[in-house]
Design a protein around this ligand. Structure first.
Ligand code: GDP
Length: 444
């Protein structure tokens, strides 16, 4: 996500950090670089211009000039302005309506509306809401079926509509159904076309009038770059949008839409889609995104993700074990691996790590890393309980048996044992002297 932009900006940051004194000239140089980086990331030109002017003005002001570390102060200004550009703070869903709260999903075909409707349903279900999904997409073949299948997978109810019905009839019937069934929220998926089209706009407008939703969310594919912003504007002119959901941010290394869409439409980005899977929707936090873009990582989201997906009691047990310096065995090693996987795998983790750290991990393809984790789990599964507690018992014959049992070569078992030994060593060091000491030793 946004890797290219981050890479480019890292260069500017490095130069700025190195400056003991800032002159008008080196601020201008840096701003030229930032400008290029933003344009390459497909950020809309008017947005870039305004952004640069704003940063430049502040960079030449007192707060930077009087700072003891002016380079750092400029980076802070860039960070603040990026945050501001994306909307300052996270804006969540507004569901403060007489039940059912109605969410209307709008957007072009293929933008990810149906998938995102299901993702939202999942999030709301986790918040203990009774959710009804409904689809009025009678044009795209199998769109309604797609939503029904996703709903089933999530164990969320889906209103039973079909492609022979009229969208407005579906809307009225679904709303009636939701009221009678005491649903808290109804998420209404609509038809999109391949481009802006009058008939589509008229239809969604009529649906909006009929449903009078509390949330009208515009779903847009970040990979469309500048077009995403133009489409958002066109929809915003027709419908009173309450927010934007930017999908496929995982697939776009440029990511300019994330920076332009708020500024151009004036509507907050409420969520971003970060994978094809139903759990791939994240609340959008401008400040955290700014940190990510500047390669500072998004540690807060990482922690939240950990809280959500990892069994905290299990994690605490592991942490206590490490702290007390007790024997770290292969079962603990396996638990550590599976926690990493539950947090969304290496790809998701690397995305939120500070650039320098991710750079170290980057040498490995995240998919390969996830596969490697699974293989390690498989090998450990083939060991007996005693072997896991006392890995030193694993000699030639046992190695051969474990390798056969997990369908790998003996070398791979050897590699795992070596990796485990190194981790164990690190854990011991951690128990003795904490993180700082560990880092020092790693540097040697
Ligand atoms: P709709 O026509 O607007 O309803 O679009 P769909 O929900 O059918 O999505 C179109 C395609 O985009 C599907 O293949 C989805 O799996 C994919 N998709 C949707 N959101 C995301 C996302 O956030 N990331 C990725 N990688 N793919 C997505």
């Amino acid at each position: 996500m946004l890797e290219n932009l981050t890479d480019r900006l890292q260069g500017v940051i490095k130069t700025l950090r190195g400056q003991a004194r800032l002159t008008e000239e080196n601020i201008s140089d840096a701003m030229r670089e930032v400008r290029m980086a933003l344009l390459e990331a497909d950020v809309a030109l008017p947005v870039v211009k305004e952004f640069i002017a704003q940063v430049k003005q502040r960079a030449q002001g007192q707060e930077v000039l009087q700072s003891l570390t002016p380079g750092q102060a400029v980076i802070q200004v860039v960070h603040d302005e990026l945050t501001e550009l994306m909307g300052k703070a996270n804006v969540g869903l507004n569901l403060a309506a007489v039940a059912p709260a109605i969410i209307l999903m709008a957007g072009l075909q293929g933008s990810g509306k149906t998938t995102t409707s299901a993702k939202l349903a999942k999030l709301l279900k986790e918040q203990k809401k009774k959710v009804l999904l409904a689809s009025a997409d009678v044009y795209r073949p199998a769109a309604i079926e797609q939503l029904k299948t996703l709903a089933k997978q999530l164990d969320v109810d889906c209103f039973d509509s079909n492609a022979t019905q009229k969208p407005l009839d579906i809307a009225a019937a679904a709303l009636d159904f939701a009221k009678r069934g005491y649903y808290d929220v109804i998420i209404f998926d609509t038809a999109g076309r391949l481009g802006i089209d009058e008939a589509m706009m008229a239809e969604i407008k009529a649906l909006h009038t009929l449903l009078n939703p509390i949330e009208t969310l515009f779903v847009v594919d970040a990979m469309q770059g500048q077009d995403a912003v133009n489409t958002a504007k066109a929809f915003g002119d027709t419908l009173p949008l309450t927010g934007v959901i930017l999908t496929k941010l995982d697939g776009d290394s440029r990511g300019g839409a994330a920076l332009s869409v708020r500024h151009i439409t004036g509507k907050p980005i409420k969520f971003v889609g970060v994978s094809e899977k139903v759990d791939g929707l994240e609340p959008f936090h401008p400040e955290r995104m700014a940190s990510r873009i500047l390669g500072m990582g998004d540690v807060l989201s990482l922690i939240e993700q950990a809280h959500k997906n990892v069994d905290m009691a299990e994690a605490q047990k592991l942490a206590d074990k490490v702290k007390s310096g007790k024997n770290f065995d292969l079962d603990d090693f396996k638990a550590q691996m599976s926690q990493m996987r539950k947090m969304g795998g290496m790809g998701a983790l690397m995305d939120k790590m500070p650039a320098q750290m991710a750079g170290m991990a980057n040498k490995m393809n995240p998919d390969d890393a996830d596969k490697a984790i699974r293989r390690i789990e498989g090998i450990i599964n083939s060991m007996t309980a005693l072997e896991r507690r006392k890995p030193e018992l694993i000699k030639a014959t046992r190695k051969k048996r474990i390798a056969d049992g997990s369908g790998v070569q003996v070398q791979e078992v050897n590699r795992l044992l070596k990796q485990f030994e190194e981790t164990q060593k690190m854990m011991k060091m951690f128990a003795k002297g904490g993180m700082a000491k560990m880092m020092r030793n790693m540097g040697n």
